[in-house]
Design a protein around this ligand. Structure first.
Ligand code: 13P
Length: 252
């Protein structure tokens, strides 16, 4: 049985007080009401990590960051290293989100370097892949996802793949209200799992969680999560509202 995961990606939202208050309310919700099959993860901005870790430490909700530096330490003004993230008590980091690929020009090679640093620091990586609208409309979506996996991730060993959670996020579905249909999501998730199988074998592919992200909300989560190769969601906008986020977790 594969691990089911619902991760909230807050992106650049909530100040310190708002974020910690929200963290406490999510922590309390899942202490009172078990999240069932799903591991819940909050991926907060860096400033919340230490405080949120304190709040979450005796509960069931895990904590993650949204990015890490591409160097281990040193004179890199403004950067936050994977080890620093780990030292807050966080367990996860998102790497390769399309917003980082697009706005900060992070390419496959850089993402592969960040992923290795994160794993070596003891963090699990939520590694994001997905095509743009243009790429889908021109029929290149499978090729793009294959390249992102081969260049960004498949440099890892099979053992290191235990630290990976994959997230398929079609760029055209992020924050747009457009969602991949459950069939489109399943088709791509199956393709991704087959690529993992080809490279690392059946055992690795069978246990790899593959999350869907892109305008996931309470009204569509259950149908998307019901597909055999969809193991949960990476949630943006709907992760900022307790009612929506908890309803998505309960969609399993
Ligand atoms: P939305 O759920 O707001 O579309 O964002 C998805 C996302 O980018 C999660 O990482």
């Amino acid at each position: 049985m594969r691990k089911k995961i619902v991760a909230g990606n807050w992106k650049m939202n909530m100040d310190l007080a708002e974020g910690l208050k929200f963290t406490a309310s999510i922590d309390k919700y899942f202490k009172d009401k078990p999240s069932g099959k799903a591991q819940v993860i909050l991926c907060t901005p860096f400033i919340h990590l230490a405080g949120a870790s304190d709040i979450l430490k005796h509960g069931k909700v895990a904590l993650g960051a949204q990015n890490c530096a591409s160097e281990a330490s040193g004179a890199y003004t403004g950067e936050v290293s994977a080890w620093m993230i780990k030292s807050t008590g966080a367990e996860y980091v998102i790497i390769g989100h399309s917003e980082r690929r697009t706005y900060y020009h992070e390419d496959d090679k850089l993402l592969s370097k960040k992923t290795l640093l994160a794993i070596n620091s003891g963090l699990k990586v939520i590694f994001c892949i997905g095509e743009s609208l243009n790429e889908r409309e021109s029929g290149k979506h499978f090729l793009i996802v294959k390249r992102q996996l081969e260049e960004g991730l498949f440099t890892l060993t099979e053992n290191q793949m235990d630290m990976i959670v994959l997230a398929y996020e079609p760029v055209w579905a992020i924050g747009t209200g457009l969602t991949a249909s459950p069939e489109q999501a399943q088709e791509m998730h199956k393709y991704i799992r087959d690529l993992v199988k080809e490279k690392y074998g059946n055992e690795c592919a069978k246990k790899m969680p593959i999350l869907y992200g892109g305008s996931c909300k309470p009204s569509n989560a259950a149908e998307i999560f019901s597909k055999p190769d969809v193991d949960g969601g990476l949630i943006g906008g709907a992760a900022l509202k307790k009612e929506d986020f908890t309803a998505i977790v309960e969609a399993f």
